[in-house]
Design a binder for this molecule. Structure first.
Ligand SMILES: Cc1cc2nc3c(=O)[nH]c(=O)nc-3n(C[C@H](O)[C@H](O)[C@H](O)COP(=O)(O)OP(=O)(O)OC[C@H]3O[C@@H](n4cnc5c(N)ncnc54)[C@H](O)[C@@H]3O)c2cc1C
Length: 406
């Protein structure tokens, strides 16, 4: 007698769910159903490609894994099961060449995600994945089966042999990651940690004078919070400050901003110039020059940089060279609050790591797996977010295979 084909539900059509679907469909032994509440899959992945899709990073594995902070140990086995090189090969197999940028970041040659997503969904359809679009996961039925609401509001329940959730975190909810899954999982006793913005900008109440520099870039500076330093660019916005300079420190900055003493990371305007050199340049006679023209001539300061010195120095900016050099090498920038979660590139929080076994199955929901940003890890921008979504998607898919073959 022929054995019944096992059915798998993959819920959420982001990178974590789609890569799991691809892995499981390639095994050619299961019936794969992918459910997505939007009318198309991969919306966040497509938006991620707007500013240049940073797929992964080529840095040394040990350093790479450290980017995940306290989730490093949890993610390491999954990252080694599907590495940055595997991710590049995967793109290549879909006909998308990648290249390594000067900072070690990996991008598709075209920079965008559109062609990659088109090739990917075509491959999944050809592999026999059944797509159920505009089906929203609503929770668990009486028998522990997933419940879906379709676009007409009708509820569907089907038994599956295994379920993978790849429902995303809580940022950019208009693209689908609405975190509506939190309540049904909590009702099953699964611990879900509160979401917080990561890779986000910060609010600062600027003076009218500084607001004149809205849109101006701050280039090649560094920012230090406690023992962490980030290097890069930022831009002044009407509400505060945005940019990679802040994003890579945002995990610590968001926490610090919530403490009574607040967050005032130190801005180094000239990170490549030692303090002594700055001091030497500032020790030249200033004569009748204004501060801005003196700093422009001696240190190539932009109008924005001088305005920031005025903005964050309590009282007048000191003329004394050692005091001025100290501020230029470490000006405390007081941040008021992070930008709202909905506007952050990613979120921290989500399913607590203790809820998983080593195959990414939820211990309290046998046969149910999870992957991607809905798990409580976070990372800076640089390709680390997508890499972990892909790696956990593959790990959970392998977990499903192991679970079904037991
Ligand atoms: C502007 C921007 C730029 C980014 N750039 C980069 C970058 O260059 N590099 C990088 O590494 N990362 C980047 N990211 C982050 C990256 O896109 C995410 O980490 C990644 O998409 C998360 O994948 P995921 O599969 O976990 O979730 P998502 O991509 O959020 O997918 C989750 C899916 O689940 C669906 N869903 C949710 N709830 C339900 C439900 N109840 N029922 C059915 N379906 C549901 C959603 O509609 C969605 O399609 C960027 C993010 C943003 C917002």
């Amino acid at each position: 007698m022929s054995e019944q084909i096992k059915k798998i539900a993959l819920i959420g059509g982001g990178p974590s769910g789609l890569i799991a679907a691809q892995f499981l469909a390639a095994l050619n032994k299961y019936e794969i159903h992918l459910y997505e509440q939007k009318s198309s899959v991969g919306r966040k992945f497509l938006i991620a490609g707007r500013g240049g899709l940073n797929l992964t990073h080529t840095e040394d594995t040990l350093l790479f894994n450290k980017r995940y902070g306290t989730a490093e140990d949890f993610l390491t086995p999954h990252l080694s099961g599907f590495t940055p090189e595997d991710l590049r090969n995967w793109a290549q197999e879909l006909g998308i060449d990648t290249f390594v940028g000067s900072s070690g970041r990996v991008f598709p040659k075209e920079m965008k995600s559109t062609a990659l997503m088109r090739a990917w969904t075509t491959k999944l359809s050809q592999a026999g994945v059944h797509f159920h679009l505009r089906y929203s996961f609503e929770g668990f039925g009486d028998q522990g089966q997933p419940l879906f609401r379709d676009k007409n509001g009708d509820i569907h329940e089907t038994q599956f042999d295994a379920v993978l959730l790849g429902l995303g975190g809580a940022s950019y909810p208009h693209l689908g990651a609405t975190a509506s899954w939190v309540t049904p999982l909590e009702e099953r006793g699964v611990k879900v940690n509160p979401f917080r913005p990561v890779n986000c900008g910060f609010n600062i109440r600027w003076s009218d004078h500084l607001l004149k520099h809205e849109g101006a870039p701050l280039k090649n500076v560094s920012l230090t919070m406690d023992f962490e330093t980030s290097r890069g660019d930022a831009v002044i916005t009407q509400y505060g400050i945005e940019g990679g300079l802040l994003y890579s420190l945002s995990r610590s900055l968001v926490i610090a901003v919530g403490q009574p003493e607040g967050a005032a990371p130190l801005l180094d305007f000239r990170p490549d110039m030692p303090f002594e050199t700055v001091l030497e340049k500032l020790s030249a006679p200033r004569g009748k020059q204004s501060l801005s023209s003196f700093l422009r001539k001696k240190l190539k300061f932009s109008a924005l940089e001088t305005a920031l010195l005025h903005e964050f120095t309590p009282g007048p900016v000191p003329a004394d060279p050692p005091l001025l050099a100290e501020l230029i090498k470490g000006l405390p920038i007081r941040l008021d609050s992070p930008r709202p979660l909905e506007q952050a590139i990613s979120s921290s929080g989500g399913i607590d790591l203790s809820e998983f076994d080593d195959m990414l199955m939820l211990k309290k929901c046998p046969g149910w797996f999870a992957a991607g940003e809905m798990i409580d890890w976070d990372a800076p921008t640089g390709g680390y977010l997508l890499q972990a979504c892909f790696s956990t998607g593959i790990a959970a898919a392998k977990g499903i295979e192991r679970w079904l073959e037991k």
